[in-house]
Ligand binder design. Structure first.
Ligand code: ADP
Ligand code: ZN
Ligand code: ZN
Length: 723
């Protein structure tokens, strides 16, 4: 018998199936991890196929050396998913397989945690009276039962304990222990569903794909939990994805309280051991509900009854680093494979998903009002140009300061949203125009006053802050656009006695950083929480009655086709944090473009109106979802190489365009907007074509790239980020 093996290495040249013979007596199945001879080395690989025959000279085929485990670590569904992704997304097989296993498991740097316990033997002799410590140990075990070896040894000493083990008085047992993520303990808050929630639960009853459009505060979580319960009762399992930043302690605690040890958790904050043990519990079908961030979509869970993707519009569901994939697509594959239910949920569905719902591809389920019947917060638009004309050059408008004062007087809470961390987006010399830039990346550095450093937000490199211009010596340094640190500083000046907290990547980088800040905020009354998108989602604080959006235009003028959609989503989500309990909330939205249509629709919570306008615009101008954008990104340390290879590819793409002239809307080759990141130069071919022959065009385009190219090459379909 012969096995097809994928070598677990990133090299392009190794990206195919290699054949090995299966030695007599070795039991090998598809999906199993094996060690194989490769050249002069032994490498790890995965068996992806088994056959009677070998496609070339059977005498020259080398045998598999050994298996790593005696069971397949890649289950059948995932193997099929691998081939599907390779075919559709043009990814390397080995890089796809890596998504399916905890990385520390692949590199063999994490193992089961074995804990040693001590108990008394059934028949034992009491130690002699002179061995005082030994007697104490025996007494202790008699009284307290099974104890950890390490604990006993620390308490009574290693020597007496090991003496007891040696003469058989104390037995040592080894047990595998799960390292479990920490959850906050809360009561199970199961509640009677409102009629609207009940209707949604009833409607989501078939093995189809649904889009649940429910306004913020409509109680979607409770609907999800009911759907999951229904599947568990049927003996099925459930997979629920939430954006990483919404996996708040509150959300996790709710799931734990409802589903107990059935829940496994997968997210980036886990330690290697925790991740490995959670993965194992899922693999062994010990956990029947998986809650996690994007990567949890690859969990080896079986018998899926339902997949739920909350906040489905979130950009973070699209992986922008290698390998690139869209979680929606993976979910659709797994839904079809398991013939189960799939729910995409959001208060602001992506234009793509809503268009599919309108076309009948997804079933639309709506929850148009909040659970408690509370009105949506009132959004007031403030024209910052007008503020300036009236002599206010500050970050905060007069109405925002007025409302903040109210909040402070009433001992309530406010959230201030600014989607930029640090103090200011750049530092520039007013005299000569010098801007501090990263030496490794083609970007300006962000000033962080708290550490008094300039930081590159692409590679993390740190630099000394400017107090003198290195180019002309001037001390007249201008600060760029406002960030979270600056907002906090200004608020502290205005409200010196109020608790002001900051939540962004910088303050939450430590384990449980999130939890600490949120717990502190919960008790801060009055209190103000300043933050990036991290504060926009999922939080449910009943005393937050005011939300301030410092710079609503920030996401509006980015140069990609989704920027208006994203602005609408952000405003709706952030506004949704206010007035969730018994008092209507208020939102102050500061902008320099108060008449932009996105603000008109957002302030009226008119999603459908916004969809109509935006969808129509994209139809007319031929943008997704009514056309497809494809970017081929080349990166390499040497600029000449990357430019040349990109150019060569472009010539071939042009030939494809000739063939499909009618379909092509746009094609060009250029430096990427960010020409250099981490010392790698970036060039791109951008194209846009209509949908009729899109799949065929895409296939031909894939073949335009020289497999021997030295550059790394990435294909991005409808990318979120065009930098
Ligand atoms: P969404 O995710 O749709 O924004 P949530 O799921 O966060 O909304 O629910 C909003 C609030 O309503 C939460 O505080 C939640 O505990 C509460 N809630 C949800 N369902 C019910 C119910 N049936 N009865 C009472 N309160 C509920
Ligand atoms: Zn200067
Ligand atoms: Zn950098």
């Amino acid at each position: 018998m012969f096995a097809k093996v994928i070598i677990d290495q990133d090299a392009k040249a190794l990206d195919r199936e290699f054949e090995y013979s299966i030695p007599d007596g070795l039991n090998v199945i598809c999906g199993q991890r094996v060690i194989v001879p490769f050249g002069t080395r032994f490498l790890q690989g995965f068996v992806v196929g088994i056959s009677e025959n070998c496609s070339f000279d059977a005498d020259k085929v080398k045998p598999i050396s050994r298996t790593v485990e005696d069971f397949p670590v890649i289950k059948k569904e995932m193997l099929e998913l691998m081939f599907h992704m390779a075919d559709k997304l043009h990814l390397k097989l080995a890089s796809i397989l890596r998504l399916f296993l905890p990385s520390e498991m692949r590199t063999d740097s994490v193992h089961e945690l074995i804990v040693r316990f001590c108990t008394l033997a059934e028949n034992f002799e009491m130690p002699s009276a002179r061995a005082k410590k030994q007697l104490e140990i025996v007494e202790f075990l008699k009284e307290n039962g099974k104890q950890k070896f390490s604990g006993l040894s620390a308490k009574f000493g290693y020597a007496p304990l090991s003496a007891l083990v040696k003469n058989g008085t104390v037995l040592v047992l080894e047990e595998q222990q799960n390292r479990a993520p920490v959850f906050d303990e809360i009561e199970n808050t199961e509640r009677k569903l409102t009629p609207l929630q009940q209707r949604a639960v009833d409607e989501i009853s078939e093995n189809k794909t649904y889009l649940l459009h429910g306004v913020t505060g409509s109680g979607k979580t409770e609907v999800y939990m009911n759907l999951i319960e229904r599947q568990l009762k049927k003996g099925k399992t459930a997979l629920m994805l939430v954006p990483e930043i919404s996996l708040t302690p509150q959300v996790l605690a709710n799931f734990k309280a409802r589903f107990g040890d059935n829940v496994a958790l997968i997210h980036s904050g886990l330690s290697a051991g925790e991740r490995f043990d959670e993965w194992r519990r899922i693999f062994l079908c010990q956990a029947r509900v998986v809650v996690g961030a994007r990567s949890a979509i690859f969990s080896p869970i079986e018998d899926l009854g339902i997949i739920i993707i909350d906040e489905e519009h979130e950009q973070s569901y699209v992986s922008e680093s290698n390998p690139r994939y869209d979680t929606h697509e993976i979910a659709l594959f797994r839904r079809a494979y398991n013939n189960c239910t799939l729910v995409f949920g959001s208060a602001t569905p992506s234009i793509e998903s809503y268009a599919k719902a309108i076309d009948g591809e997804y079933q639309l389920v709506e929850m148009p009002v909040r659970v408690n019947g509370m009105e949506m917060p009132k959004i007031m638009v403030v024209d910052m140009l007008m503020e300036m004309r009236q002599g206010n050059n500050q970050i905060f408008s007069i109405p925002l300061i007025y409302e903040l004062k109210n909040i402070v007087e009433q001992k309530k809470q406010a959230m201030i949203f600014i989607n930029r961390r640090g103090f200011s987006s750049f530092q520039r010399c007013r005299q000569c125009g010098y801007v501090a830039k990263c030496t490794d990346c083609d970007v300006s550095l962000v000033y962080h006053r708290y550490e008094n450093r300039l930081k590159c937000h692409y590679c993390g490199k740190r630099y000394r802050a400017l107090d003198v211009c290195p180019s002309c010596g001037s001390t007249d340094i201008k600060q760029g656009a406002v960030g979270t640190e600056r907002v906090v500083e200004e608020l502290k000046k205005l409200f010196p006695d109020v608790r002001i907290l900051r939540m962004d990547n910088d303050t939450t980088s430590q384990k449980n950083g999130h939890r600490k800040i949120l717990n502190e905020f919960r008790d801060a009354k009055p209190g103000i929480l300043v933050g990036t998108q991290m504060i926009a989602k999922g939080h449910d604080f009943e005393d937050v009655l005011l939300v301030g959006i410092v710079d609503a235009d920030q996401s509006l003028y980015q140069s990609d086709y989704r920027s208006i959609e994203r602005t609408f989503q952000l405003i709706t989500q952030v506004a949704g944090r206010a007035g969730r309990s018994s008092t209507q909330g208020k939102v102050i939205l500061q902008t320099y473009s108060p008449r932009h249509y996105v603000y008109r629709f957002a302030t009226n919570y008119d999603y459908k109106g916004f969809f109509k306008k935006e969808a129509n615009l994209r139809k007319v101008t031929k943008f997704p979802p009514y056309a497809r954008i494809l970017r081929i990104l080349f990166t390499h340390e040497d600029e000449k190489t990357v430019a040349q290879e990109c150019k060569t590819c472009y010539e071939k793409v042009k030939a494809v365009k000739e063939k499909f002239t009618k379909d092509f809307v746009y094609l060009d080759v250029m430096k990427a907007p960010l020409n250099k990141i981490k010392n790698k130069f970036r060039y791109q071919i951008m194209m846009r074509f209509t949908l009729e022959n899109a799949d065929e065009i895409e296939k031909e385009i894939f073949d335009c790239v020289d497999p021997k190219a030295k550059s790394s090459v990435f294909f991005e379909v409808n990318p979120n980020n065009l930098s």
